[in-house]
Design a protein around this ligand. Structure first.
Ligand SMILES: Nc1ncnc2c1ncn2[C@@H]1O[C@H](COP(=O)(O)OP(=O)(O)O)[C@@H](O)[C@H]1O
Ligand SMILES: [Mg+2]
Length: 284
């Protein structure tokens, strides 16, 4: 089932003579885990703003082509309606925080939906657990680290039970270990059935979870496909993206030893390297 369909989308911000998106077409299926990557200014944030109707309802400008969310043309639905299906976590969590306790922050949107207190409590607990932040329940969001705030914002979006979760560079403010753990959470949410769309530069964290990758450049899709296949292409190093180092290494190794597949993770890469090393020494 298609959750989002983008058809021949060209978009100009108001007053701009250069399109931020040029003739973009793509389809997102239920259960997909999609990485959207590309150099700064390539249109990643712009593209995801079309998924919950912020573009064209909030940003206006010139909008050609169409975006369908669960079959509904985004021009014919409100941002509020679309947001119930497509939950969005923006780049800077502090702009998305509204209350003075983590628990209240997660309950806030649920109260606005008119849910009963018991259901609210259940969903708050479930969200805290999913993000592994039960210990932050009574804390003041503004006093948390940005990485922790990011998790609180995700928990609040998750509690609304959208079907699709969209993230704009979620690990940008996280240290390497938090980013690694956050990627793992995204993988788990995807396993639970959420469709995941992530704008991200740190591809090494996500390739093992994703089934598709979109590479943007100057508002155009330059590559789309299974992440390891896209990253295995010879010219991808010129796309202005962070090709994981172990992938580049294996692409170089390919011309010396036979390699069946490019490894999905650094763990897999080191296992394969060991096999190559032992294989050679056994023969010699
Ligand atoms: N609110 C805005 N108003 C006008 N132009 C914008 C706005 N946001 C982004 N742009 C322009 O649109 C293009 C794509 O930007 P953006 O989608 O933010 O790229 P990315 O997220 O890949 O860094 C850039 O040229 C940027 O300057
Ligand atoms: Mg951006």
């Amino acid at each position: 089932m298609k959750v989002i369909t983008v058809e021949n989308l060209t978009y100009y911000y108001p007053g701009s003579t250069k399109p931020a998106l040029k003739n973009v077409s793509m389809e997102i299926e239920r259960g997909d885990f999609i990485i959207i990557t590309g150099p700064s200014g390539s249109g990643k944030s712009t593209l995801i703003r079309t998924f919950n109707g912020l573009i064209p309802h909030f940003y206006k400008g010139r909008f050609e082509g169409r975006v369908l969310v669960f079959g509904v043309d985004t021009r014919k639905a409100s941002v509020a309606e679309l947001s119930r299906k497509v939950g969005m976590v923006f780049q800077d969590p502090e702009n998305q925080i509204l209350t003075l306790s983590v628990e209240r922050e997660i309950a806030f949107g649920l109260e606005n939906l008119g849910l009963n207190p018991k259901e609210i409590r259940r969903r708050v607990n479930e969200s805290l657990r999913s993000l592994r932040i039960e210990h932050l329940r009574y804390r003041v969001p503004f006093e948390l680290s940005i990485g922790e705030q990011q998790k609180v914002v995700v928990a609040a979006v998750l509690a609304m039970k959208p079907e699709v979760l969209v993230f704009d560079e979620p690990t940008a403010h996280m240290d390497p270990l938090s980013a690694l753990m956050f990627a793992e959470i995204l993988g788990e949410l995807n396993k639970q059935g959420y469709t995941i769309i992530v704008v991200e530069h740190r591809l090494d964290l996500l390739v093992k979870y994703a089934n598709r990758m979109v590479v943007l450049k100057d508002g155009k899709i330059v590559k789309i496909g299974y992440p390891l296949e896209v990253l295995a292409e010879e010219d991808i190093e010129n796309a202005g993206i962070n090709v994981p180092k172990y992938i580049t290494l294996f692409k170089k190794l390919r011309s010396y030893v036979s390699i069946a597949t490019i490894p999905k993770s650094t763990d897999e890469a080191s296992k394969m390297l060991r096999e190559i090393a032992y294989g050679n020494s056994n023969r010699g």
